[in-house]
Design a protein. Sequence first.
Length: 183
Amino acid sequence: MISLLYAHPYAHHARLEQMMLNAVQHWPGLELRELYQLYPDFYIDVALEQKMLQHSSAVILHYPMQWGLPPALLVQYLHKVFQYGWAYGKDAAAVPVMSLKGKKLWLVTNAVTSQHELDPCYQQTMFTPLRQLALSCGMQWQQPLMLPELTDAVTATQAAELFRQGLEQLSVASEHHGAPYAS
C-alpha cells in the first residue's frame, strides 16, 4: 500500500487540484488521506495514522509550497505522527525504534506564489528539513516532484500526468522491493 497524504488548504485552487487527484485517486493500492477534510480542527488521530503508515511501503506528501513551507496541518501531522519513540529514537524501554525504516518518502508539491521556488538551487535547501526527517526515520528519500503553479486546466492536466508517471515508478519500485517489514 502507498499512503498519499494530501494537504491543500487553499480553496481557490480546488478545481485544478481535483484534476490532479482524479488522475491518481483510484490507483490500485493507494490510500488517499485528505488531511484538511479528515482533521479540519487539527486534532490528528495519531494512533490511526501511525497504524496506516506502518502498513505502507511508501508515503507521498502532496501539498502546495508557499514561502518554502508546507501547510500548517501537514507540519502538525509530521510533528504528531512522526514522533520520537515511534518513528525514530528509543521507546519507553530505551529500545531503538524506527517504525518507518525502509519505506519510501516522496514529496509532490507545486509553487503557489513565486518563480523563486521553482529554482533548483532553492529547492535543494527548501526540502532539507523533510529530507532530514526521512533520513532520521530510516526512510528512503525519493527525488521530489516540483510542479508548476496550477494556473489553468492545461497546466493541471500536464502536472497530473507527471504525478501519475511518478506514482507508477514508485509503485513499480515498491512492488519490486516489497514492503520493508510489517510491524
